[in-house]
Design a protein around this ligand. Structure first.
Ligand SMILES: Nc1ncnc2c1ncn2[C@@H]1O[C@H](COP(=O)(O)OP(=O)(O)OP(=O)(O)O)[C@@H](O)[C@H]1O
Length: 278
């Protein structure tokens, strides 16, 4: 059977007595583009940093290319692309020099892709990195992470500072990369429309818990908001993601009748996100 590129098994992390990650189980396989959606402080960055061995879990196992994440060898490290939420080195460099240095670490560097993206995002190779805007720095960081066609790409809010056109183009490239190179991509975002546009799978994290992880199509088709007056309604056939006196968010709905339901409505990803945080 195909091995996951990245696998979290029963992962817990506590920082300063606060439970930041609670029993995370998640597998990233080749071809998957997983959108990790969660509020500020939900644990997205911590989850991503655990995969890179930058944060050590208290319990559970994380493997990357079937190796423990805390002991990834150099060959496997070169197959991972990572763009952090902020921070970008190469201050004092021109774009061309920074790219030349970065490229020298990666034998599989795709120069054509580099040139195409520099052109597309209007980055001049003679520009000084210290003069770039935040969005331009983010774009360059993305080029640096993607041009060696990593097998596993981990992106922490990769497009937050990009304008809508750049975001759209970058997101579509991301999807192509996964399809062309059989890579797996795990990216965090608050922007539900971006996730809807490119993610094959959605992982929804709330207060350190993965509430939902599945194919986007499955989520779209089987998530419903059920309204009712009598909260003895029987929803045991479904995964209930949230419930109050008069409504519930259920998962696994297949167009059947639910006795006692006043209405059963589909939800967009944004509506689902809002409902789960109400
Ligand atoms: N090194 C740390 N020391 C103390 N608290 C931390 C540390 N790292 C993370 N946390 C806490 O863990 C929680 C999750 O943080 P994390 O950065 O993973 O969230 P996030 O979902 O990425 O948030 P955002 O969308 O705002 O980037 C937050 O409450 C944060 O304050």
């Amino acid at each position: 059977m195909e091995q996951p590129l990245l696998s979290y098994k029963n992962v817990y992390k506590t920082i300063n007595s606060k439970n930041i990650l609670k029993n995370i189980n998640l597998d990233v396989y080749p071809g998957m583009v997983i959108g990790l959606l969660g509020k500020n402080g939900a644990g997205k960055t911590t989850l991503l940093r655990c995969a890179l061995g930058l944060v050590t879990p208290d319990m559970g196992d994380i493997s990357v290319f079937s190796e423990p994440s805390l002991q990834i060898n150099a060959e496997n490290k070169a197959k991972i692309g990572y763009v952090a939420q902020q921070s970008f080195g190469y201050e004092g460099f021109k774009i061309a020099d920074a790219l030349a240095l970065h490229r020298s670490f990666y034998p599989n560097w795709d120069t054509e892709l580099e040139t195409k993206w520099l052109g597309r995002f209007e980055l001049s190779s003679t520009a000084a990195i210290s003069n770039l805007s935040i969005g331009q720095r983010q774009t360059l960081a993305l080029i640096m992470a993607m041009a060696y066609r990593p097998k596993l790409l981990i992106l922490d809010e990769p497009v937050a500072s990009l304008d809508p056109i750049a975001r759209r183009e970058f997101m579509s490239d991301l999807f192509d990369l996964a399809l062309d190179s059989g890579s797996g991509i795990l990216f965090s975002s608050h922007i539900t429309s971006d996730i809807e546009r490119v993610a094959s799978h959605i992982a929804l994290i709330k207060e350190g818990e993965l509430l939902l992880f599945d194919e986007q199509d499955e989520i779209r088709e089987t998530i419903r908001k059920v309204n009712f007056t009598d909260n003895t309604i029987n929803l045991t056939a479904y995964t209930v993601l949230a419930q109050n006196k008069n409504s519930a968010i259920i998962y696994g709905y297949n167009n059947e009748t639910i006795d006692g339901a006043l209405s059963i409505n589909p939800l967009s990803l944004e509506q689902l996100f809002v409902e789960l945080h109400a």
